[in-house]
Ligand binder design. Structure first.
Ligand code: HEC
Ligand code: HEC
Ligand code: HEC
Ligand code: HEC
Ligand code: HEC
Length: 178
């Protein structure tokens, strides 16, 4: 006689449990990133001083108008300036070390959404939104700081107020979730 599997081993239930675990873990990871502000970075990169010399956000985060990710600058971009800037400092010695070893700098992300969220920079930036609307004023920060409360309600609230004519699409679960 064929044994019936107990209810918790039924395929549908197992997939459901995996999904729930995925969402809970995603929430916890999101929570950790939102509460540790800001994490220790491998180099104390001063946004304020770079923005101060006139470097634009897009010079270092060029992906923001082109596609989903804004991207981070590679060591070649840093070194393009810093092999000419004469200044010596402990932080710049660390930078020189990464360049010498030809090793990417392991930056710790602070602006991050859970895996199950679909966010693309280009439609937002090309609609005229400033970086500061979502990331705060980087001209006042050294390393980037996580912004609090950037949850589903935050996305929906801005969609409702800034693009009411597209509300049907911009409030559809499938627009933001895979
Ligand atoms: C457009 C040129 C330019 C680029 C690109 C650039 N920097 Fe700088 N950086 C500067 C200048 C100019 C200063 C200011 C020097 C000063 O204050 O005397 C500076 C300052 C710094 C300092 C502070 C130095 C100190 O301790 O006083 C660090 C650290 C630094 N940069 C790291 C980086 C890293 C890492 C990158 C790549 C992600 C990078 N920089 C890219 C021009 C640049
Ligand atoms: C409408 C809100 C919004 C605007 C406007 C925006 N961002 Fe973001 N940014 C986000 C969100 C949300 C994330 C996290 C995305 C993820 O984890 O999928 C993020 C992530 C990032 C990251 C790290 C991950 C990546 O995409 O490389 C960088 C760097 C960044 N943004 C830079 C910028 C810059 C520069 C601008 C302006 C040109 C900008 N952002 C405009 C919301 C925004
Ligand atoms: C000279 C290059 C440079 C410029 C100019 C610059 N950034 Fe950055 N940005 C970096 C580097 C390097 C990091 C990684 C270190 C950190 O998190 O601060 C970073 C990180 C970030 C992050 C967090 C990314 C993540 O992975 O979570 C955001 C958001 C961001 N920058 C936004 C901006 C905005 C907005 C501007 C313009 C006001 C700007 N940046 C200008 C180099 C730059
Ligand atoms: C500061 C306002 C603002 C915030 C915050 C915001 N959005 Fe948007 N979003 C917009 C606007 C405006 C559009 C419409 C852009 C256009 O006209 O194409 C849009 C469009 C979109 C689209 C459709 C893009 C496409 O391919 O057409 C997606 C997906 C999206 N947003 C996801 C998100 C997610 C996920 C978040 C939160 C993590 C978020 N947005 C936060 C203003 C915002
Ligand atoms: C405008 C973008 C957007 C739309 C539309 C959207 N969501 Fe979300 N959702 C998010 C973001 C961003 C998160 C992650 C941050 C958070 O947990 O609030 C999230 C998280 C979630 C979570 C996990 C909650 C948690 O506590 O971890 C569930 C479940 C969810 N969404 C379901 C839905 C359903 C169902 C719909 C349609 C009715 C929907 N979402 C529409 C952006 C969106």
């Amino acid at each position: 006689m064929k044994h019936k599997k107990p209810w918790w081993k039924q395929p549908g239930i197992q997939i459901g449990a995996v999904l729930v675990a995925f969402i809970v873990i995603g929430g916890i990871i999101g929570g950790i990133f939102l509460t540790q502000t800001p994490p220790e970075q491998p180099i104390a990169f001063p946004h304020n001083r770079h923005v101060g010399i006139g470097a634009s956000c897009l010079y270092c985060h060029a992906g923001a108008t082109l596609g989903p990710s804004a991207g981070l600058p590679g060591i070649e971009k840093c070194w393009g300036c810093h092999q000419q800037v004469q200044k010596q400092s402990p932080e710049l010695t660390k930078l020189a070390g990464y360049v010498e070893r030809n090793e990417p700098i392991p930056w710790v992300p602070v602006a991050i959404q859970p895996e199950f969220v679909r966010f693309k920079h280009s439609p937002h930036v090309n609609a005229g939104l400033q970086c500061s609307a979502c990331h705060g004023d980087l001209a006042k920060m050294t390393v980037a700081e996580a912004q609090k409360g950037q949850n589903m309600g935050w996305c929906l609230q801005c969609h409702k107020s800034s693009a009411p004519e597209q509300w049907t699409k911009l409030s559809d679960c499938a627009t933001c979730h895979y």
